[in-house]
Design a protein around this ligand. Structure first.
Ligand SMILES: CC(C)(COP(=O)(O)OP(=O)(O)OC[C@H]1O[C@@H](n2cnc3c(N)ncnc32)[C@H](O)[C@@H]1OP(=O)(O)O)[C@@H](O)C(=O)NCCC(=O)NCCS
Length: 206
């Protein structure tokens, strides 16, 4: 088996219906009742270079796409699916990493976010540097939240005035990540400096 993960191109348009069927089936099994995207919508994601696909030679393995919201201030990864026979092999991790890289390349200043009830996605997001946040920190783009309307838990979201639901919101803020990285580098440099002066005191530095 050789699973390749890549940005989807025209040659993958033949998988569109199968991708949609797989997302549908998984949503039914999880009881989330997510609305079926049209084949045109998935095809448009592929044609605009906003989809990641995993294939095993000529067979569909998994998929996910990215979409920007709030005038490109936010980018979400959606429609993540790994076909059942390929689960537990790290494929979702590879797809999400590729979607993360694509999002950072296409929308370098955007905050990346996602909503999920799934432990697997929470784990993957955490490893990528996402943090759990309240819904107030996510996009207020009404078009994005319209996507929740077909979920079986939508009444919860409505009752809480769109402030909370069963999903956990997670966000990757590139500014915060850059700050954290700079702080970690400064702390490491300080540590090295201390180590250097401790060694010179120990062995002398004439
Ligand atoms: C969720 C899904 C995409 C995971 O795909 P996968 O290829 O099996 O995931 P991976 O093998 O890359 O595993 C990623 C991590 O999640 C963990 N994980 C995988 N499946 C899990 C499960 N059912 N429960 C808890 N953790 C799980 C793995 O142990 C791994 O964690 P680690 O990095 O700490 O070891 C797949 O099960 C799926 O398509 N489910 C149906 C659709 C769905 O739920 N989509 C997400 C919508 S938000």
């Amino acid at each position: 088996m050789k699973i390749d993960v890549m940005v989807a191109t025209e040659e993958h348009l033949r998988f569109v219906t199968q991708i949609n069927d797989s997302i549908d089936e998984a949503a039914k099994q999880r009881g989330t009742g997510i609305a079926r995207r049209t084949d045109e919508y998935i095809a448009d994601k592929i044609n605009s270079g906003k989809a990641i696909i995993a294939v095993n030679r000529d067979e569909l393995v998994g998929f996910c796409y990215i979409e920007s919201w709030g005038h490109d201030e936010f980018v979400a990864n959606s429609g993540l699916i790994v076909r059942p026979q390929y689960r537990g092999m790290g494929v979702a991790k590879r797809i999400k990493q590729a979607a993360f890289d694509l999002s950072r390349k296409r929308f370098p200043n955007a905050k990346l976010f996602g909503l999920t009830t799934g432990e697997a996605v929470m784990r993957i997001n955490t490893a990528l540097g996402y943090e759990p946040v309240t819904f107030a920190m996510l996009t207020d783009d009404e078009e994005f939240w319209k996507g929740c309307k077909s979920c079986v838990n939508y009444d919860v979201l409505q009752r809480t005035n769109m402030t909370k639901c069963l999903c956990t919101g997670m966000i990757y803020d590139p500014e915060k990540a850059a700050r954290k990285k700079a702080e970690a580098e400064a702390a490491a440099a300080e540590q090295n400096k201390k180590k250097g002066s401790w060694l010179s005191r120990l062995f002398g530095n004439k």
